[in-house]
Write a protein that binds this ligand. Structure first.
Ligand code: ADP
Ligand code: LRH
Length: 477
């Protein structure tokens, strides 16, 4: 087949990028056409996404990318825009870290019961799941005619088409994970109007073509196809994990760390619910059985508090800092909202009778060791709860560049860690488009052939990590 070029728009919580992927029978070459900051804006007391600036970034990126065979968009999950009867956006999409959802999940759980929610959606209980955001703002819901998840909203602005891509729909809490359809009876029970949810489309399905007026702002001709890729960024990233064996776990490591395994079917057991594991939709009907770990967000908020020192130098210093000082549970809700993260780490330590780390290198060491311990616990829980054996851990996303964390993860888990690709989500996005054109068979095999992977073998003293894990378990608040 002749080579083809695809534009993959990948919007993460920290940055957006438009990548071009040139796909030929021997492999894929990815290059960055445009990268832009994703800066949330607090206005009127609410934390918003700057959706128009993100859309402008997409257009600028499509201009820089040049003509392409097709376009796909993926982004972070759970957030959405609501359109009114005339198709206009009702308000600016709100950031999932906004505190308007405070107490809503607890109220819904009281009303319908955690087991019956989990039995339908199989979704982990996070306060910002779409369903809780919707119920936090009944006035907007009342005016809404259509709900579009972020990638579906941007796709709509590019093409005029309306649809709901399934991997992202599976993060709403309003998707029936066994039926593979919107959970309309649950919506009725919760008072969420089921008419606002568009028809579903699976990754790889067409999602319209570029409107001529929009095309004029890009370098792509009008009529360029837009494809519904695995539009949840984590689903695209998992699709591009270069695993050579089915016995692998993944850590999609960016702002969040999404830690889990790929399964043929969801796990909806009581034990799984209590461990707060999620069953999100993956490519080709797979289940992404995983848990959100707070991730590098804690580190990036520390960097912000310290006025952005250079990360490589700081990681070097953290590598030389004393091991196994204070440890924190990254999943503690105190770490979720934006704010003074070094202060919150110190407060956690004080609350749990530990000497707080002093100075940035010690804080970073504490955060990374704590993350490695969270990864260890989560990989082991995923394997135990699903019965899926795990022989290797793949780390993809920006966190694959953090050699200290990759090595700690290998040491803590006693498993080899394969790091890369950094731009897994963009690769998964582009290769689903290429596959839809018939250019690619096995996406993972193509990624293995094309992308450098760095291997970390476990080393050092496993018992030190066992001791640290026990200590953390007993100090968790
Ligand atoms: P998202 O998709 O959520 O925006 P990314 O996958 O782009 O996130 O990952 C961003 C993270 O990658 C940063 O928070 C940072 O911790 C990490 N990172 C980026 N570059 C480097 C680097 N040179 N060394 C270590 N870590 C890095
Ligand atoms: C990662 C991610 C994750 C969701 C979160 C809201 O970018 O999509 O999978 O839980 O953002």
């Amino acid at each position: 087949a002749a080579p083809a070029t695809f534009a993959a728009v990948d919007l993460g919580a920290s940055s957006g990028r438009v990548m071009t992927a040139r796909v030929h029978p021997g492999g894929v070459e990815l290059s960055e056409a445009h990268r832009f900051a994703n800066r949330p804006v607090r206005a009127g007391g609410t934390l918003h996404w700057d959706i128009l600036s993100l859309y402008q970034g997409v257009l600028d990126g499509l201009r820089a990318a040049g003509p392409v065979d097709s376009i796909g968009i993926d982004s972070w999950a759970v957030d959405y825009g609501l359109l009114d009867a005339s198709g206009r956006l009702i308000g600016n999409p709100v950031h999932y870290r906004d505190e308007r959802t405070s107490g809503v999940m607890e109220r819904v759980v009281d009303q319908v019961g955690a087991a019956s929610l989990y039995g339908v959606s199989g979704l982990q209980f996070l306060p910002f799941n779409t369903v809780y955001q919707l119920l936090a703002d009944p006035a907007a819901l009342e005016r809404a005619e259509t709900l579009l998840m972020i990638p579906d909203l941007l796709t709509h602005w590019l093409t005029g088409s309306i649809g709901a891509e399934t991997t992202n729909a599976s993060t709403t809490g309003l998707y029936d994970v066994r039926a593979g359809d919107w959970a309309r009876p649950l919506m009725d029970r919760l008072g969420v109007p089921s008419g606002i949810f568009p028809a579903l489309r699976a990754p790889g399905a067409p999602a319209g073509t570029l409107r001529p007026d929009v095309a004029a702002e890009t370098a792509a001709p009008g009529g360029t196809p837009v494809v519904a890729v695995a539009s949840h960024d984590t689903a695209s990233a998992v699709a591009a994990v270069p695993a050579a064996t089915p016995e692998f776990a993944y850590i999609s490591s960016g702002t969040w760390s999404l830690v889990g395994v790929e399964l043929p079917a969801p796990v909806l057991s009581e034990e799984s619910r209590l461990a707060n594991f999620t069953n999100e939709g993956g490519l080709d009907g797979t289940t992404r059985y995983l848990r959100n770990v707070m991730g590098l967000w804690i580190l990036s908020e520390c960097l912000r508090a310290w006025d952005h020192p250079a990360l490589p130098g700081l990681l070097d210093a953290a590598g030389r800092a004393r091991p196994f000082g204070a440890l924190v549970d990254p999943d503690d809700p105190a770490f979720l909202p934006p704010g003074d993260m070094p202060g919150r780490v110190a407060a956690y330590c004080e609350r749990t009778g530990q000497r707080p780390p002093s100075g940035p290198p010690e804080v970073v060491r504490c955060v990374l060791e704590s993350l490695a311990l969270a990864y260890r616990r989560t990989v082991r829980d995923a394997a135990r709860l699903s019965g899926q054996a795990v022989k290797v851990i793949h780390i993809v996303g920006g966190g694959a560049r953090n050699a200290l964390l990759c090595q700690m993860t290998a040491d803590a888990t006693g498993l080899p860690v394969h790091a890369g690709p950094v731009e897994a989500a963009a690769l998964g996005n582009a290769l689903v488009q290429a596959r839809a054109l018939g250019l690619v068979g096995d996406i993972r095999e193509l990624v293995r052939r094309s992308e450098p992977i760095v291997a970390y073998e476990p080393r050092g003293d496993q018992t030190a990590w066992d001791t640290a894990a026990t200590r953390l378990a007993t100090t968790s608040t």
